[in-house]
Design a protein around this ligand. Structure first.
Ligand SMILES: N[C@@H](CCC(=O)N[C@@H](CS)C(=O)NCC(=O)O)C(=O)O
Length: 394
């Protein structure tokens, strides 16, 4: 190229290059910025849609499961209003387990440790511990009786398990009696351990945790046995008493009761020194009525706390004048803890003045002055090495 054209040509090329690169072209820059803004908007919409879908799915599942409970069972309902309108609490109880729940055929009245916790609910709600109607239930009839709404609450040596709490549609409350499964055999049988029971026939009641634990424990120790399964306590006990079985198994408290009350010569029978399972026993209500479940929980806790605070049936009136804020709250002298449950603020006063605290209820039915004489063991207060522990009344 001729040198004289070199500079003009170079200038021209530079201008063309700048034009091609878009330098100094504001419109093009604006378009470039607008694109990401559109993309951002699109993304926001996508996120919102996803969240909405998730929420809808969660709610649908919750409602569906509640509806299933309502269809299959009576559902939680508003048990408190029903009890207030009706004027008494409908209790599912045991009629055949002395100490825990028995029915007096002459008076048609139930009594026992479990029964007192249903009475406590009546005292808290209605101010009258006697305002109950008891329904006798067996190991197999108890769950349908509560599910159908025939009773408001089941208090009947029933073990708290995950499947009863979930699949069966119940809510459990504080454990009132920590138990474990035991084995009773003849004193002269020569049996001292479960391993000595190879080839034995063992009486057990249908529809109980006992039946399942028995199979699991004997499988684990590799001992063959034959279960003899009966529908209720009397038939199971009679079969054992008649010598049809080498042993009988249920909750240890149940065995102690059967030994003292249902066998002619208690000394002829011994409960082996072995615990085959955990059996936390306590009241249960229908799933879906949180308020009623809370009421039952705090009624039980009231009996625990009263024992801890030294409030007894005998001194509860005097304790109304206590200056201890914890006791004032417990008895409803101050605060509105009862009102938050839909109850009178003195609900715990009503329970203690009519039935006594946990220790008093225990002693009345199971303590040293009763035929059962069951040591408190795990059912001692936590500060005495047991598991009885009330959350704060605050
Ligand atoms: N705690 C165990 C066993 C409860 C149970 O039903 N025990 C028997 C034997 S002590 C009973 O109370 N039977 C009374 C009856 O069915 O009449 C459970 O919840 O499954």
């Amino acid at each position: 190229m001729n040198r004289k054209w070199l500079l003009p040509f170079a200038l021209l090329a530079l201008v063309a290059l700048l034009a091609a690169c878009g330098g100094g072209e504001p419109e093009v820059v604006t378009e470039t910025i607008e694109v990401p803004v559109e993309v951002e908007v699109t993304r926001e919409v996508e996120v919102e849609v996803t969240r909405e879908v998730e929420t809808v799915v969660t709610e649908t599942v919750t409602e569906t499961s509640t509806e299933q409970v309502a269809v299959e069972f009576a559902g939680g309902g508003d048990t408190l209003s029903e009890i207030q309108d009706r004027g008494f609490v409908k209790c599912g109880l045991n009629a055949t387990l002395a100490g825990f729940g028995t029915l007096d055929p002459d008076t048609n009245e139930f009594s026992g440790f479990d029964v007192d916790f249903c009475k406590a609910v009546a005292a808290a709600i209605l101010g009258d511990a006697e305002a109950i109607e008891g329904t006798a239930t067996t190991g197999t009839s108890r769950f349908p009786t509560l599910q159908s709404g025939e009773v408001d609450i089941l208090v009947r040596n029933t073990t708290w398990t995950i499947s009863r709490d979930t699949s069966l549609g119940f809510d459990f409350n504080p454990v009132t009696f920590y138990d474990g499964q035991g084995m009773m055999v003849g004193t002269d049988s020569g049996i001292e351990t479960l391993e000595d029971m190879a080839g034995a026939t063992i009486c057990v009641q249908a529809g109980t945790t006992t039946e399942k634990n028995l199979a699991d424990v004997f499988r684990a120790i590799d001992v063959e046995f034959t279960p003899a399964v009966f529908p209720d306590n009397p038939s199971t006990t009679e079969a054992y008493a008649a010598g049809q079985c080498d042993g009988i198994t249920t909750d240890k408290s149940g065995l102690a009761s059967i030994r003292i009350n249902n066998l002619d010569v208690p000394e002829d029978h011994v409960i082996l020194d072995v615990t085959m399972s955990k059996e936390p026993l306590g009241p249960l209500t229908r799933h879906g009525d949180n308020n009623f479940n809370d009421i039952v929980s705090w009624v039980v806790n009231c009996t625990f706390q009263a024992e801890e605070s030294g409030v007894t049936q005998a001194n509860v009136d005097e304790q109304l004048g206590s200056e201890d804020p914890a006791i004032q709250n417990l008895l409803g002298v101050t605060g509105d803890l009862g009102q938050a449950l839909g109850l009178p603020n003195d609900f715990c006063y009503q329970v203690i003045s009519q039935l006594g605290n946990y220790g008093e209820i225990y002693d009345r039915h199971l303590g040293p002055d009763t035929p059962l004489n069951l040591p408190r063991g795990l059912n001692e207060q936590y500060y005495n090495g047991g598991l009885i522990y009330a959350p704060p009344f605050r």
